[in-house]
Design a protein around this ligand. Structure first.
Ligand code: DGJ
Length: 700
């Protein structure tokens, strides 16, 4: 049983290896009790009611609540702030009841005076060690109730001295890891850009001296693609209070009589075995319960993308030329990026006009698609449907379809405006145009881009008193658009991109089949981005290209290193094939063939981050699945006098033998040897890399 409730009102949620427990205290408050390794006997969990002084140590502030609101004598940041029509702004509740359906527990907290309830939902995924949480706020009275803050979940974590891991960054420099010790006060990660963007990620990772294989880690990822906020507050009362949900900085949701508001979900877990189990549990959960299920188990195709080769200079002939070269490498999908539509000759014009440019494609896309198909590849194309350029037919026809404040000049970002997706006329237009594109052409992949942040949430469609809800309504409009396009075109694969990795989040993962990780394809930076990305995002969703840009600056990085770096995720090629030498093309072809033989292991296997690039110049990771083990090792800079680097593997079966070739020589070694003794890798020079493929030797 994953959910048990005792007679003294303790609720115990058990997964295969973890337990989460809380109880209803004497005041009818839902108070946290335990989160950690599994405990089976619910009777052993003793509720401890907080009592005592109400002066400078208010009882309300000391309680570790499952849902604390603003107000009363609570001074930590609560996960709910509500305003009633008479100006009262606290939520005084009692537990009003609960229901359990299979693995889903719902607990209702009801205000003692106002006709307002909050339903807390907990869904237990036993095998994956994940508990999903979301909340609903319900106004069952006559008067309007205003939600000013409503996070998806609150996690009081007992103790002090925790560290928080998240990332920071900017365009082409996202997923930089940051670790903060949480001594006192609050640490917040937030996006106010309308999407999750390139700054901190919508998740929390809290731990105490954990590493890849040991230590307690508490983590949770928000299933949301808009403004988010994560707060970790070390209270003076021996617990860290973690909140996660929609950002409250510019949020307001009016609940009229009978209305309900549902938060996005959080997928959270505890690992007693460090960051490795955290990543692998969440990846497995994502595959089984978040990703579009029809494609979740299908490996991603090796694609060629023409962006870095041609940028906006797209013509049918040039793309055909590239397609022939891409097919010869063994790529399976040919993608035409930006520049094929409207008057899109640079980034100043054309967005919104989703018609094939007749000068670039006089007979439409068909000749190019026929050529691509005849070469044995599928065809994909780029769109940026939420945007419009001022210089476009769409904007000339509908200047009121964008977000803006009437009294201010409109803010541009990359010379473009954000369409008002709260207006159904706008989402209908986008759906019809993209539906037509997909219906008229044999397109099997869409790269959905978003190249600016939302700035001013004003709308001619919404009333001014609703403007603070636009941030959330925009995300709903976005989800509606992609959901409808997927429904109409179930065979098409969709990639989410926002100037690189600005749209990597579990909200998008429900509707997209992969993410573009970053516009930065320099393998040195990229390896670091990929390592951080892999903490809470699945490897399958990590699109990675080999490009020429990777040699930018003074560094000359061998093609082998670039290939190995991109093979750590879902391989793509973005090089200008017209400039590549025969030797380079042969090397890429070999890399593509190798990748096809290992991609199931890479995209779906158990990941082990063996040596962190964030700590060392020697970086290594491995993946294992179904008897195959794939190891990648990268040496950034050779240490003086050191020619061999010891690598101990993880996750192997100690008594099983593994066969592999290393530096041209064949070996058969036991899991015990590879994990305990390890392999000495001969690596000489800077920017060296190796890919070692091991197969289990089955003995009868
Ligand atoms: C940003 C993306 O991240 C790039 O890969 C490319 O598609 C450009 N936009 C096109 O404008």
């Amino acid at each position: 049983m994953s959910i048990t409730i005792s007679k003294n009102k303790v609720y115990l949620l058990n997964t295969a290896h973890t337990s989460y427990a809380f109880f209803e205290d004497e005041d009818g408050i839902l108070a946290h009790l335990y989160w950690g390794k599994r405990i089976d006997d619910i009777e052993e969990l003793e509720p401890v009611t907080v009592t005592g002084e109400q002066g400078y140590h208010p009882v309300t502030d000391r309680k570790q609540e499952e849902c604390s609101s603003y107000g009363m004598m609570r001074y930590k940041e609560g996960s709910l702030k509500v305003a009633f029509s008479d100006g009262v702004r606290d939520f005084r509740y009692r537990v009003a009841g609960h229901s359990v359906e299979e693995n889903h527990l719902k607990i209702t907290l009801e205000d003692v005076h106002y006709k307002f309830r909050v339903h807390l939902h907990y869904i237990v995924y036993e095998e994956e060690d994940i508990i999903e949480r979301y909340r609903e706020a319900e106004n069952f009275g006559e008067d309007e109730v205003i939600l000013e803050r409503f996070h998806s979940a609150e996690y009081p974590i007992y103790g002090t001295g925790y560290s928080s891991l998240n990332c920071n960054g900017t365009w082409a420099d996202e997923f930089k890891p940051y670790s903060d010790t949480l001594n006192a006060g609050k640490k917040a990660y937030e996006s106010l850009r309308g999407s999750v963007a390139h700054v901190g990620s919508p998740y929390f990772i809290i731990h105490k001296d954990a590493d890849e294989t040991s230590g307690d880690v508490y983590f949770g990822a928000l299933s949301y693609s808009g403004n988010f906020k994560v707060v970790a507050e070390q209270t003076p009362y021996q617990f860290l209070n973690v909140l996660i949900g929609i950002s409250d900085t510019d949020f307001e949701w009016k609940l009229k009589a009978g209305e309900c508001f549902r938060t996005p979900s959080v997928y959270a877990g505890f690992s007693g075995e460090g960051f490795g189990a955290m990543s692998n549990n969440l990846s497995l959960f994502a595959r089984r319960h978040v990703m579009p299920q029809d494609k979740a188990e299908k490996p991603l195709r090796v694609l060629y993308n023409s962006w870095e080769a041609t940028t906006f200079d797209v013509t049918c002939e040039k793309q055909m030329e590239l397609a022939k070269k891409a097919a010869a490498l063994g790529t399976e999908l040919f993608v035409v990026d930006d520049g094929w539509f409207g008057e899109r000759n640079d980034d100043h014009a054309g967005l919104g006009d989703w018609y094939v440019n007749p000068k670039k494609f006089p007979q439409g896309l068909k000749p190019l698609i026929d050529c691509v198909k005849s070469l044995g590849m599928d065809f994909g194309i780029w769109i940026e449907p939420e945007m419009v350029n001022e210089d476009s037919d769409l904007y000339r026809a509908h200047p009121d379809w964008i977000y803006r404040y009437e009294t201010r000049p409109v803010l541009e970002g990359r010379y473009q405006y954000m369409l008002d997706l709260t207006n159904p006329a706008v989402t209908d237009y986008i759906i019809e145009r993209i539906d037509e594109l997909l219906s008229e052409n044999d397109i099997s992949y869409i790269k959905w881009d978003m190249n600016r942040a939302l700035g001013e949430c004003g709308s001619s469609f919404q009333k001014p008193e609703e403007f603070k809800s636009i941030w959330v309504k925009h995300v709903e409009g976005f989800y509606h658009t992609i959901r409808e396009l997927r429904r109409r075109h179930p065979d098409v694969e969709f990639e989410a991109c926002a100037s690189g990795g600005g749209r990597a989040d579990y909200g998008c993962m429900h509707y997209f089949d992969e993410f573009w990780t970053s516009d930065n394809t320099d393998p040195l930076v990229r390896l670091s981005i990929q390592e951080t990305y892999s903490y809470l995002y699945p490897v399958k969703y990590m699109r990675a290209w080999v490009t020429d840009a990777a040699s930018a600056g003074a560094r000359v990085i061998p093609l082998e290193f670039k290939l190995h770096c991109a093979m750590c995720g879902a391989l793509g090629i973005g090089m200008n094939l017209n400039k590549a030498t025969e030797e380079q093309l042969a090397e890429v072809k070999e890399g593509v063939a190798l990748y096809k033989s290992i991609r199931n292991t890479v995209q779906f296997g158990t990941l082990h981050r063996l040596k962190s690039l964030h700590r060392d110049d020697f970086h290594a990771l491995s993946y294992d699945r179904d008897g195959q083990v794939v190891v990648f090792a990268f040496l950034i800079r050779q240490a003086r006098g050191q020619e061999e680097y010891l690598l101990k593997l993880q996750g192997l079966k100690k008594d099983t033998k593994y066969r592999f070739t290393l530096d041209g020589k064949e070996y058969t070694k036991s899991g015990a040897y590879l994990m305990n003794h390890g392999l000495f890798l001969k690596m000489r020079g800077d920017y060296r890399s190796k890919c070692i493929v091991m197969e289990e030797v089955f003995t009868k």
